[in-house]
Design a protein around this ligand. Structure first.
Ligand SMILES: Cc1ncc(C[n+]2csc(CCOP(=O)(O)OP(=O)(O)O)c2C)c(N)n1
Length: 633
């Protein structure tokens, strides 16, 4: 199919194309993008929205000398196609294929690695400042969405940029959407700029008029300048940015390539910081995505003709289970508040938001604020539930310590997507939380083995008068009984033995419990009788049971879907060592000290030795016969 697109081997090839050819190329790109993402899954709607913008950027600037930083980077697919990766594009998000995010190891055109939001202006400012210090002369462009602009780091960077007055171009890609509808006062301000064409005309008229008034002497000049300032303040759109010292250009139709190129060229010769406000439609060109951009923000494989998911899940995900239990409990408990950082749908809070709008807060992409907001609410007697993906909660580490745990406030952290998340890769794997949480005083940490236990843990967390974190994976919540089964309080710090044995104690946490049970069965068939323990609590540890197990077992293996460093296994080891337990074989199974690539979760778990085969291998490697255990072969 591809004619023009096939011929673009590097961005400079775009510079030979006419307006008409660029327009046709945009059509080709959309068709190809749709066909490919329907097959691979990925961030469809955001990319459909930036086809023309990406073409215009690469037509005007000279990448890789000029550096383009894509905020979040989920919208960098077209950039990848135009920067020498078209022929490999069908490997997108597959194991060993192209990453779904900018990745400098993949291409010199990926100026900065991204995946988490709101970093682009800071990174661009760093690159631009380094350029100036080194006396170089390239352009630096940060492309940021209106959703990502709600993140605190963006404001910190704008504040600094306005002060430094560095030459830097910010392209604000405003589609009025974060994953769902964008929220907040800034978003309302952008809508005012977007919607008021009269203001746009006035801006041109006022500037024109002021330029034409003859300037007669210093006094008149100063008076006129003051007048200009006040008129500008009253009528000129973009005043917020201008007041911060950042020139404002726009709003511009983000689907009109010649217009985009004209304004980007203007921005490229501007001295000092400039923000180009571009208006785009999320999902542009695919009716189903334009109508429902949220559904197609991040999607699995789907059928192009009707948008239906290729692979539906038969079971219920942990997210859905949480979604139900929080509503069920909030009906009885008016103190429960739910907070999300721009992930209402992803964290399962849509039903809660509908039923309890006054007790629900979407704070924008502002994880740090979400946590301290919860601390404030908890201080006044509410019981806030902060639902944030494990990887994004990394942002709020200090707030968890300083604002919540130090004051022992009853905030419940629901950490979805804990563990490996598959095709989104290293920026999104939630594999650090046990390590970044378990050393914080006052915090209780739990991980359920299945959906029923998630429900019970949430119920238990509500009764703990202090902070609690519950982590669960992006997977089905196995063995769920009906809601009518009721909710049970789990004794704090108590683990459960799922299978008694003698040869080896397999102590598993959360998502690894089911793997340990299956490995235990497998090993039993080989004559190795393992004790299988569901830890349930990462903190506090079940100290009594651990001491008993150490007493009765020569071999202990801990299993967790978290980095080994500082995780669950290391806490077991610390505990046993401190209690003077000696001469045991203790092995920690978890993720090693490296970033794990993207690919199917099952495959990644296998590669990391965190599947049944890996656990059985680890047991066999203990060389049991040499440590006094009889193994039937
Ligand atoms: C710190 C952080 N929190 C949450 C996310 C999840 N996330 C990915 S894209 C996105 C919305 C971004 O909206 P916007 O910048 O407007 O881009 P659009 O997709 O609308 O083009 C969110 C919340 C993230 N990547 N990083």
């Amino acid at each position: 199919m591809s004619n023009l697109l096939d011929s673009i081997k590097q961005p400079s090839d775009l510079k030979q194309l006419s307006d008409e050819q660029l327009k046709n190329l945009a059509i080709e790109i959309r068709e190809f993008l749709l066909k490919t993402v329907a097959h691979t899954g990925g961030h469809l709607a955001s990319n459909l929205g930036v086809v023309e913008l990406t073409l215009a950027l690469h037509s005007v600037f000279n990448s890789p000398k000029d550096q383009i930083i894509w905020d979040v980077g989920h919208q960098s697919y077209i950039h990848k196609m135009l920067t020498g990766r078209f022929s490999r594009f069908e490997t997108l998000r597959q194991y060993r294929g192209l990453s779904g995010f900018p990745k400098p190891e993949e291409s010199e055109h990926d100026a900065f690695a991204t995946g988490h939001s709101s970093t682009s202006i800071s990174a661009a400012l760093g690159l631009a400042k380094a350029r100036d210090l080194m006396d170089e002369n390239n352009k630096v462009v940060a492309v940021i969405g209106d959703g990502s602009l709600t993140g605190g780091m963006s404001f910190e960077a704008l504040n600094h940029l306005g002060h430094l007055q560095t030459d830097l171009i910010i392209v604000l890609n405003d589609n009025e959407m974060s994953i769902s509808k964008n929220v907040g006062a800034l978003s309302r301000y952008l809508t005012r700029l977007r919607l008021n064409p009269r203001l746009r005309r006035l801006k041109a008229d006022v500037q024109d008029m002021l330029q034409r008034i003859p300037r007669l002497g210093q006094v008149t000049v100063r008076t006129l300048e003051k007048l200009e300032d006040s008129i500008r303040f009253l009528v000129i759109p973009g005043m917020l940015f201008e007041e911060l010292g950042i020139n404002y250009l726009g709003p511009i139709d983000g689907h009109n390539i010649p217009d985009l190129m004209l304004h980007l060229k203007q921005a490229s010769v501007h001295k000092g910081p400039i923000l180009v406000h571009v208006l785009t439609t999320k999902g542009k060109g695919y009716e189903l995505a334009e109508e429902n951009p949220q559904k197609f923000h991040g999607t699995g494989p789907f059928e192009l003709k009707n948008g239906k998911k290729m692979y539906g899940s038969l079971s219920t995900s942990y997210t859905e289970i949480f979604s139900k239990v929080i509503v069920e409990m909030a009906r009885q408990d008016p103190k429960i508040i739910a907070i999300t950082a721009a992930m209402t749908d992803g964290t399962g809070l849509v039903s809660f938001a509908k039923e309890f709008p006054e007790r629900f807060f979407d704070v924008g992409i502002a994880e740090e604020h979400a946590v301290t907001l919860a601390a404030g609410l908890a201080k006044k007697g509410f019981h806030p539930v902060v639902a944030i993906y494990s990887t994004f909660l990394q942002r709020a580490y200090d707030q968890i310590i300083h604002d919540v745990c130090l004051q022992k406030l009853p905030v419940i952290f629901m950490l979805d997507r804990a563990g490996l998340v598959g095709p989104d890769g290293p920026t999104h794997h939630g594999i650090f939380d046990l390590s970044y949480l378990r050393h914080i005083p006052n915090l209780t940490i739990m991980a359920p083995k299945d959906g029923n236990e998630l429900r019970d843990m949430f119920f238990t967390a509500r009764q703990i008068n202090g902070p609690v974190a519950i982590r669960y994976p992006k997977r089905d919540g196995l063995e769920l009984t009906t809601e009518a089964a009721g909710l049970k309080k789990i004794p704090i710090g108590r683990s459960e033995i799922l299978q008694p044995g003698q040869a080896v104690a397999l102590i598993a946490v959360g998502s690894m419990v089911e793997t340990a049970v299956r490995a235990g069965r497998c090993l039993l068939k080989q004559g190795i009788n393992c004790t299988v323990l569901n830890a349930r609590f990462v903190k506090p540890l079940d100290e009594d049971l651990l001491l008993q197990l150490a007493d009765s077992h020569q071999n202990i293996i801990t299993i967790e879907e978290n980095v080994r460093a500082g995780g669950f296994g290391s806490s077991v080891l610390e505990f046993l060592t401190n209690r003077g337990v000696k001469g045991k074989n203790i092995k920690i199974l978890g993720l090693s000290d490296e970033f794990i690539s993207h690919g199917p979760t099952e495959l990644l778990l296998h590669k990391c030795g965190l599947d049944v085969e890996g656990v059985c291998r680890a047991v066999r490697e203990l060389n049991l016969s040499t440590v006094g255990i009889q193994v039937r072969r």
